[in-house]
Design a protein around this ligand. Structure first.
Ligand code: AMX
Length: 388
C-alpha cells in the first residue's frame, strides 16, 4: 500500500504497524497534501504565515478566518482569559532544573489545570491557549535562574508580546524575536488529526479527562525524539555542520549518510516537495538575518542535501522539511539553547490540539462527541487454552 492511499480493509499485515495509514476518524481543522503541505481549514499554510497567531486560533476554532471585528474580539477574549489563576511561579521554582523543558511544559499545563478547570471543553481549551505565553516565559526564566523580579503579566498585550515581555532577554532584538516567534507559532499550530501528539491528546480526552490532562499527555508524546524533539536535533545538527562552504557541507552530508545517521531537516512522511513551512522560514531569514552563520549553513544545506539525498532512490522526499530553518531563526532571535525548541512547538500545537479536542468532544456525532477510544488488539503468544 502506498503511504497516501486510504485503507478500507484492515488485514493481518496491517497489525503492529503503528496504525499507519489506517483511517480512524475525520478532522475539521487541517489536512496535509504531498505538494502544498499542511492546510488549515482549507487554506494552504503559505497563505496564512503572515497572520497573527490570534487570528489562526480563531480560524482553527471557527473554521473561517476572522473579519476585522472578529479579529479584535478574539484578541480581547484571549486577553480576558490570560491571567493565571494561582501561584504558578512557586510550583515551577520547585521543579528540578535538570528536567527537560518539555517535562516542565507538561507539568506546567497540569498545574494550570489544577488551579482552574471549568469542565467546558472550549472554555478550558481557550483558557489554556491564553495562559500559555505566561507559562512559557516563566519556564525560561525560572529554569535559567532568572526567577526573581519577573514583571507582572500585561494581559492587554498580544500572546507573543506577553511571552517576550516575561522573558525579558538581555540584549535581544525584541522586534525580530516577535516576528520569528509569531511566524513559528502560526506554522506549527496544527498538522492533521493523526500525528502522535494530537492523536494522544484526543485519545486521553475521549475518557473525559480534562483538556489540561489531555494536553499534558499530548506534550509528553510530542517530547519524543521521533516527534517534536526532531526540532531540537535539527539545530544541534546545524551546529555540528559548522560551515557554510558548499564543498565542506557536501562532504559532511556524505559522511553522515555513510555512518548511517539521518540528515536532519530533510525528508517527510507525506510531503513530496519542500515543505512550504520551510520555504516561509527561509524567506523570513533572508529578510531579517541573511548574514547569520547558522542561516548561511542551512542555506547551503538546502542547496546541497537534496541533491545528495536524491541519489538514494528509497528516499521519497529529499527536500527540506519544517525543522531545517526554525532552529536557526530562534537561535538568531537570542534563543540559543536548542533544548527549549520543542516547547515552542508544544506552545503552538496547544491551539490545534485544543480545537481538535473540542470538535471530537462537542461537535462530532451531532454534538454527543466520540466514544472512548478502544481499538482492538488480537491476542498473541499467550496461553489461549481458555479461549472458546
Ligand atoms: N536522512 C537520511 N535518511 C533518510 C532521510 C534523511 N533525511 N529521509 C529518509 N531517509 C531514509 C529513511 O530513514 C528510510 O530508510 P530505511 O528504509 O532504511 O528505514 C528511507 O530513507 C525511506 O524513507 P522515506 O519513506 O523517504 O521517509 P519516512 O517516511 O520513512 O521518514 C522522516 C520521514 C522525516 C522521518 C525522514 O525523512 C527522516 O528521518 N528525516 C531526517 C530527520 C528529520 O528531519 N526529522 C524531522 C521530521 C520533520 C517532520 O516530519 N515534521
Amino acid at each position: 500500500m502506498s503511504k497516501n492511499e486510504v485503507l478500507l480493509e484492515v488485514t493481518e499485515k496491517h497489525l503492529n504497524t503503528g496504525l499507519r495509514g489506517i483511517p480512524v476518524g475525520t478532522c475539521r481543522t487541517s489536512f496535509v497534501t504531498p505538494s502544498e503541505g499542511v492546510h488549515y481549514c482549507g487554506y494552504p499554510i503559505a497563505e496564512l504565515a503572515a497572520f497573527d497567531p490570534e487570528d489562526i486560533v480563531y480560524l482553527l476554532f471557527n473554521k473561517e478566518l476572522p473579519n476585522e471585528e472578529q479579529s479584535a474580539a478574539i484578541r480581547q477574549d484571549l486577553s480576558n482569559r490570560a491571567a493565571v489563576p494561582g501561584d504558578l511561579e512557586s510550583v515551577l521554582k520547585n521543579l528540578p532544573k535538570s528536567g527537560h523543558p518539555m517535562d516542565w511544559l507538561s507539568v506546567g499545563i497540569h498545574t494550570l489545570g489544577m488551579m482552574e478547570t471549568t469542565n467546558n471543553w472550549k472554555e478550558d481549551a481557550l483558557n489554556l491557549i491564553a495562559r500559555m505565553p505566561r507559562l512559557m516565559g516563566l519556564i525560561f526564566r525560572i529554569r535559567e535562574g532568572r526567577g526573581e523580579n519577573i514583571p507582572s503579566d500585561d494581559t492587554s498585550l498580544s500572546m507573543v508580546e506577553r511571552f517576550v515581555q516575561c522573558l525579558d532577554l538581555p540584549n535581544a532584538d525584541s522586534e525580530k524575536m516577535k516576528k520569528i516567534i509569531s511566524t513559528y507559532l502560526v506554522l506549527h499550530m496544527d498538522h492533521g488529526g493523526g500525528n502522535l501528539s494530537t492523536f494522544t491528546g484526543k485519545a486521553i480526552a475521549s475518557s473525559k479527562a480534562t483538556v489540561y490532562s489531555a494536553m499534558a499527555g499530548a506534550m509528553n508524546a510530542l517530547s519524543g525524539p521521533l516527534h517534536g524533539r526532531a526540532n531540537q536535533s535539527c539545530l544541534e545538527f546545524v551546529l555540528k555542520v559548522g560551515t557554510s562552504d558548499p564543498a565542506e557541507v557536501e562532504a559532511f552530508v556524505r559522511a553522515e549518510l555513510a555512518a548511517n545517521r539521518p540528515i536532519f531537516g530533510f525528508g517527510h512522511a507525506v510531503l513530496r516537495s519542500e515543505d512550504p513551512r520551510a520555504t516561509v522560514q527561509f524567506e523570513l531569514g533572508s529578510q531579517i538575518c541573511p548574514e547569520d552563520e547558522n542561516f548561511k549553513i542551512i542555506t547551503t544545506l538546502r542547496e546541497v542535501a537534496p541533491r545528495v539525498l536524491a541519489e538514494n532512490p528509497k528516499i521519497s522526499n529529499p527536500n527540506a522539511n519544517v525543522d531545517i530553518a526554525s532552529g536557526a531563526l530562534l537561535h538568531h532571535a537570542g534563543l540559543t539553547d536548542p533544548t527549549y525548541y520543542t516547547t515552542f512547538f508544544g506552545w503552538a500545537r496547544v491551539s490545534g490540539i485544543g480545537a481538535q479536542i473540542v470538535d471530537e468532544r462537542s461537535v462530532f456525532r451531532d454534538g454527543k462527541g466520540l466514544p472512548i477510544y478502544r481499538p482492538k488488539y488480537i491476542a498473541e503468544g499467550q496461553n489461549l487454552r481458555h479461549v472458546e
